[in-house]
Design a protein around this ligand. Structure first.
Ligand code: SF4
Ligand code: SF4
Length: 338
């Protein structure tokens, strides 16, 4: 693939949660981690793929009949997990399950569906096209201190394309941010960082064995890369810590995480409590979700975690898309001004 062509799931304009100011976030498709809680499941695989948008489906079965690979089957539409909340499907009807192992991505099913119930996620885009789209909001970037953020998936999983986008944005005078899980060789990250102003770096779990269980990979490379990035003075690094019940929210892990961030001389930390409806996107695209849907993270617990992290000298902002806490919102806004 050419360096200036890559696979993108979508571009989100006017984002205020992906780095300072108002930003356009470009979601690149593909990630080498397989986090159990991933809130962008459509971004995991690095190729265009078809998803079943079941709420539009009228259960006509046409897609199943045209599929040349036998990759689709109709199964009863029922809650996928006992006791899950928030299910509003038409009980008694069917849902289409797509076997991604058999699918040859011919997209005949998408053409056959007359109800918009099958969608293709992932589109080949050029750097020029994307920068042109992003640059439409240049005036908002200038007023707010915002710019373009590369996210995913994992943007460094398409290293040449990510580099091409970051370079082109900088040439155009657009501020850049890289939202990364850090699971990439430092050599590659180093090249990307030459054209990056802000890094949004995820820490998921300090315990290596738990990290392997929960994401499929070790955290060694991730933590080593963060040490090197934190030592740079040409980029500003923000830590993003997803807070997941019984996954990484033990006091021991939170304290280890706080200690580690402090030891690197970093302070700016975003705490992202588990989203109670993150699983809805899994259901919309016909994938299984390993957590109960609709049960939110307790605000009191999230604030307790915030306090623990703050005891290590960190400036912690809760990402409160689904919680209300005026003080925390104030902290978030203040932090974004820095
Ligand atoms: S894209 Fe092609 S192979 Fe895949 S499910 Fe649809 S019709 Fe079948
Ligand atoms: S996805 Fe479309 S073609 Fe397939 S059963 Fe549903 S409505 Fe019919």
């Amino acid at each position: 693939m050419k360096d200036n062509i890559g696979i993108v799931t979508h571009i989100q304009r006017f984002s205020v949660n992906d780095g300072p100011g108002i930003r356009s976030t470009v979601f690149l498709k593909g990630c080498r981690l397989n986090c159990q809680w991933c809130h962008n499941p459509e971004g995991k695989r690095r190729f265009p793929e078809v998803f079943h948008f079941w709420s539009n489906c009228v259960d006509c079965g046409k897609c199943v009949r045209v599929c040349p690979a036998g990759a689709m089957e109709e199964i009863p539409k029922a809650p996928l997990h006992p006791g899950e909340k928030g299910f509003k499907g038409k009980l008694g009807s069917k849902i289409i399950r797509i076997d991604k192992g058999k699918c040859i991505t011919c997209f005949q099913c998408v053409e056959a569906c007359e109800y918009g119930a099958l969608i293709i996620s992932g589109e080949m885009r050029t750097t020029d096209e994307i920068i042109e789209e992003v640059a439409r909001d240049e005036s908002f970037f200038e007023q707010s201190g915002g710019g373009m953020t590369l996210s995913g998936g994992e943007p460094s999983a398409q290293p040449k394309f990510a580099l091409s986008l970051l370079k082109a944005a900088k040439e155009r005078g657009i501020n850049t941010a890289l939202d990364t899980c850090g699971y990439q060789s430092y050599e590659v990250l180093n090249k990307l960082l030459e054209y990056t102003d802000y890094v949004l770096y995820d820490i998921k779990n300090m315990d290596e064995a738990a990290h392997i269980r929960q994401t499929g990979v070790s955290n060694k490379l991730i933590l080593e890369n963060l040490k090197k990035i934190a030592a740079r003075d040409d980029v500003k690094t923000y830590i993003r810590l997803p807070l997941l019940p019984n996954i990484n929210d033990s006091e021991e892990n939170i304290r280890k995480t706080g200690e580690f961030i402090q030891s690197l001389g970093l302070t700016e930390t975003f705490l992202l409590p588990f989203h109670p409806f993150a699983g809805q996107s899994y259901r919309l695209i016909g994938m299984d979700y390993p957590f109960a849907i609709g049960e939110g993270y307790s605000e009191a617990e999230a604030l307790k975690t915030k306090e623990i992290l703050e005891s290590y000298g960190l400036n912690v902002a809760l990402w409160l898309a689904w919680m209300s806490d005026e003080n925390a919102e104030k902290t978030d806004a203040e932090q974004m001004k820095n």
